[in-house]
Design a protein. Structure first.
Length: 481
């Protein structure tokens, strides 16, 4: 199975060459608006892009750059690309949508000089005055025949993206990785409770597996995090927090070393709870004042346990700090109380504070005994930004979860029930879904549908539904295809 998934990834996901080309393209696009054509640095950037383009065109005869449903493609291979970065791709993609432009095709015989003229031309276009047809005519009049503009309709018809079978393989691989992480957390809890050494190497390996999966397909892991009724919530919660934290870290463009440390820290953030009475953790009723006094000891207990049971290195040092700080608020309230110098809370702790709160409130298993729907949890957290959470990080996390989080069960206008699989960043209201039922009952063979496609125009999401109220179990939809 791992070999099949690896082969599938190679067919549909771009590599470093494509990612480098895409970034260079948008950097050029942005710089062309503020730098003269004669500028030496700008000419050097054009030459660099030209060399990258020639390398790829030798393999395929031409190179296309497309933007589709909030994703970026080079030769129909999806590039894991952060359009919120310095290249300003998100703004440019929005302009393309206004123009009806879906992509650009470069032929093999293009010259560096033609690339420079094209970049200067296209970057100066005003979306309110032009459209893709008038731009194509202008290219011809400028003698830029080695470049073809692709309309958004052409790109939509071609449907670049991840084939259904590959999506299934990704989801199967995600389950394997997720449950390995659950097993690691269980091992950590058992060993920490007995004051035995924790296998740090095994923990790091599973974190790296999570990183690998999130960087190519975050939604299938977020979908698993939406399951809130695992047999032992303690293990699932730490795994969920790790998945959410790593996804946020990838969006922040953290390098692999820092992602490794962040994931490790997230897995161990609640390890101090193993030192608390088990009847407190599993108490079915709301906490009284004495319960809260005990619960507020877990950050300090966690930091002590990490330092006592693990060899000290950068991972364990960060994990100890994360365990200690993840309930300290922006205004230094929260717990444990900081009596001495109040230093700024670490970035990892800020991230874990957000994702820990989200998972806890949407699960309803410890602090609150009734789960809150994800959208209401995010609203509640936004009200608390001034005191508790970093506004910038919370905004990014809000974008990750989306209007209809992966793993949500929704009702469509066609009276069908569907499971949300993947968010569509270009149109969050129209995600990729798996239709699992209709007015006649559950479907024997679920139907996969991208609601952003024009052919799915009649299917729109009416609202999220609680599957339990209809005698359904979301876990069955998520874990079975």
């Amino acid at each position: 199975m791992e070999m099949q998934v690896s082969d599938a990834i190679g067919r549909v996901l771009a590599g470093k060459k494509e990612a480098k080309l895409l970034n260079a393209f948008f950097v050029l696009y942005k710089n062309a608006r503020i730098i003269e054509s004669s500028n030496r640095a700008f000419r050097k950037q054009i030459a660099g892009f030209y060399e990258q383009l020639k390398t790829l065109s030798l393999q395929s005869g031409q190179v296309t750059i497309k933007v589709y449903s909030g994703r970026y493609f080079v030769d129909d291979r999806m590039v894991r690309f952060d359009d919120r970065g310095l290249s300003g791709a998100g703004t440019i993609a929005a302009e393309w949508r206004a123009l009806g432009l879906g992509g650009v095709e470069f032929s093999t015989d293009i010259s560096a000089e033609e690339i420079g003229r094209f970049i200067k031309f296209i970057s100066s276009v005003k979306p309110t005055r032009e459209n893709v047809e008038s731009l194509s005519e202008s290219l011809k009049s400028h003698g830029l025949t080695a470049i073809k503009l692709l309309s958004a309709k052409e790109v939509d018809t071609g449907r670049p993206g991840i084939p259904e079978e590959v999506r299934r393989q990704f989801r199967t691989a995600a389950r394997s990785t997720f449950f390995k992480a659950l097993a690691v957390v269980e091992d950590v809890v058992v060993n920490t409770a007995a004051d035995r050494q924790v296998n740090i190497s095994r923990t790091k390996r599973v974190v790296h597996s999570l990183i690998d999966h999130i960087t190519r397909d975050e939604s299938s892991l977020l979908e698993l995090s939406a399951i809130k009724d695992y047999d032992d919530y303690t293990y699932a919660h730490s795994t969920n927090v790790c998945v959410y934290a790593l996804t946020l870290g990838v969006r922040l463009n953290l390098d692999r070393a820092r992602l490794s440390q962040l994931g490790f820290t997230a897995l161990f953030h609640d390890v101090g709870k193993v030192k608390l009475p088990s009847d407190l953790i599993k108490k079915p009723d709301a906490y009284d004042e004495n319960d809260w006094i005990q619960m507020q000891q877990h950050p300090l207990l966690g930091a002590k346990s990490i330092l006592r049971n693990m060899k000290l290195d950068v991972h364990t040092a960060r994990a100890a700090r994360g365990a200690f700080e993840h309930h300290v608020n922006r205004d230094f309230t929260g717990y444990p109380a900081l009596r001495r110098e109040k230093r700024p809370v670490n970035l990892f702790s800020k991230i874990i504070s957000i994702v820990d709160t989200f998972d806890a409130l949407s699960s309803g298993r410890v602090y609150l005994k009734k789960a809150i729907p994800p959208d209401k949890v995010l609203k509640k957290m936004h009200y608390q930004m001034a005191v508790k959470f970093d506004p910038f990080l919370l905004k990014i996390f809000n974008d990750i979860i989306g209007i209809f989080p992966a793993g949500s069960v929704v009702l469509l206008t066609t009276e069908e029930i569907a499971l949300v699989l993947t968010n569509n960043e270009a149109d969050p209201a129209r995600p990729f879904v798996k239709i699992v039922g209709n007015r006649e009952g559950l479907l024997p063979n679920p139907v996969w549908a991208d609601l952003s496609h024009s052919e799915q125009a009649d299917r729109r999401i009416v609202r999220m539904i609680d599957p339990a109220r209809h005698g359904l179990d979301a876990k069955d939809f998520i874990l079975n295809d």
